[in-house]
Ligand binder design. Structure first.
Ligand code: UT7
Length: 308
C-alpha cells in the first residue's frame, strides 16, 4: 500500500507522509492470517540456523494481532510448523515484543531451562488500523521476522538486555474497545475505538527519550562505548525519531539500519525484519556489536546488545 493509495482513503499527501515519517510503502497481508506470516518467517529462520522443528524447546510469539483471542498465536504457529517438543506462548509488548521475547530467551538459556528458543515478532496491523483516521493509518504495515537463540560459549551472543514499562501512559497508544473493560456488544457503534488510537506527538517525545536511555543502559551494562557499536537496529516507527535517537547516542546515521520506507511501522515485527534484512545484506559481520532498541504501546521499551 503506497502513500498514493492512502491519498485516496484519507486527507493526506505523499509529501506529508514522507517528510513527517519517512514511510513510502507498507505491506498488507491480504490472504494470510498472522500465523501464516509467522510460519513463513520461522521456516526461513530454521533454514538459516539449520534447525529442525523437533529441536525447538520454546516458541515465543510477540504480537498484538493474534489470529484469535484464545488460544495464543504461539500455539497456532506450533501446530502449523510442527514443533512437537516445544512450549509455545505469546508476549504482548507491542513494538517492544521481539526484544521482550529475546530477553525471555536469553534468561531461559542463562538459567539452563531450555536450549533452543525461537522468537517471532509478527503483526497483521491492517486488521487493527482505522483507515478513516489519518493520524494512524498512514503509519502501520504487516510483517513477520524470526530468530533462533541457543547457548554460545565463545563470548558471542547476547551481552546485555534492558526492559522498562510505564502503564500510566497507556492511553497514548491503545485500543479501547473489544477487551473485557469495554466489550464489543450488540450496541457497539464501531466508532473506531476498537482500532489503534494514538497521541502521536506526546508519544514521539517519550520515544526519543526512553529509546535513548534504553540504548545507553545496555551499553553501560556491557561496558561497551557507542563508538564500538557496528550497527544499530532501531524500531522503525518514524525516521525523525530514529534520527533524534542517533544524535542523542552520537552515532552516525550510516550505522543505523533503516527499512521504514518500505514497511512502515510493523510493531513487533519491526526489529526482527530489520535485523534479518541487515544480516542478509551482509551488513553484520562476526564479532560486531549489534544494538537493538524499541519502544511501543504499554508504554513499554527495551534494548539488547548482541556480539554477533
Ligand atoms: O510504534 C510505537 C511508537 N510510535 C511512535 O512513537 C509514533 C510517534 N509519533 C509520530 O511518529 C508522529 O507524531 C506522527 C507521524 C504520528 C505525527 O507527526 P507530527 O509531526 O507529530 O504531527 P502532529 O500529530 O503534531 O500533527 C501535525 C499536523 C496536524 O494538523 P494541525 O493541527 O497542525 O492543523 C495534524 O492534523 O499534521 C496533521 N496531520 C496530517 N496531515 C496530513 C496528521 N496526520 C496527517 C496526515 N496527513 N496523515
Amino acid at each position: 500500500m503506497t502513500n498514493a493509495d492512502l491519498e485516496k482513503l484519507v486527507d493526506t499527501t505523499d509529501e506529508w507522509i514522507t517528510t513527517r515519517t519517512g514511510i513510502k510503502e507498507r505491506r498488507i497481508a491480504r490472504d494470510m492470517a498472522t500465523s501464516d506470516m509467522a510460519v513463513e518467517a520461522c521456516k526461513r529462520a530454521m533454514e538459516m540456523a539449520e534447525t529442525k522443528g523437533e529441536e525447538i524447546d520454546v516458541l515465543v510469539a510477540a504480537t498484538v494481532t493474534p489470529d484469535y483471542k484464545l488460544p495464543s498465536l504461539g500455539c497456532v504457529i506450533q501446530e502449523k510448523l510442527s514443533l512437537p517438543n516445544a512450549v509455545a506462548f505469546d508476549v504482548v509488548s507491542a513494538c517492544t515484543g521481539f526484544i521482550n521475547g529475546l530477553t525471555i530467551a536469553n534468561a531461559y538459556i542463562e538459567t539452563g531451562s531450555y536450549k533452543k528458543i525461537m522468537v517471532v515478532g509478527v503483526e497483521k496491523l491492517s486488521t487493527f488500523v482505522n483507515y478513516r483516521d489519518r493520524n494512524t493509518c498512514i503509519l502501520f504495515g504487516d510483517g513477520a521476522g524470526a530468530a533462533i537463540f541457543a547457548p554460545s560459549h565463545n563470548g558471542r551472543g547476547v551481552q546485555s538486555t534492558f526492559m522498562k514499562s510505564d502503564g500510566s501512559m497507556r492511553e497514548m497508544l491503545w485500543s479501547k474497545s473489544g477487551g473485557a473493560a469495554f466489550p464489543v456488544t450488540e450496541e457497539f457503534n464501531f466508532d473506531g475505538t476498537d482500532k489503534v488510537m494514538m497521541n502521536g506527538s506526546d508519544l514521539f517525545k517519550v520515544a526519543v527519550k526512553e529509546m535513548g536511555n534504553a540504548a545507553t543502559e545496555v551499553m553501560q551494562k556491557a561496558g561497551v562505548d557507542s563508538s564500538e557499536i557496528s550497527i544499530i537496529i532501531p524500531h522503525q516507527a518514524n525516521i525523525r525519531i530514529i534520527e533524534a535517537l542517533a544524535k542523542r547516542l552520537k552515532l552516525d546515521m550510516n550505522k543505523v539500519f533503516l527499512n521504514i520506507e518500505k514497511y512502515g511501522n510493523t510493531s513487533a515485527a519491526s526489529v526482527p525484519l530489520a535485523l534479518d534484512e541487515a544480516n542478509r545484506q551482509g551488513r553484520i559481520n562476526e564479532g560486531d556489536y549489534v544494538l537493538m532498541v524499541a519502544f511501543g504501546g504499554g508504554l513499554i521499551w527495551g534494548s539488547a546488545l548482541i556480539k554477533w
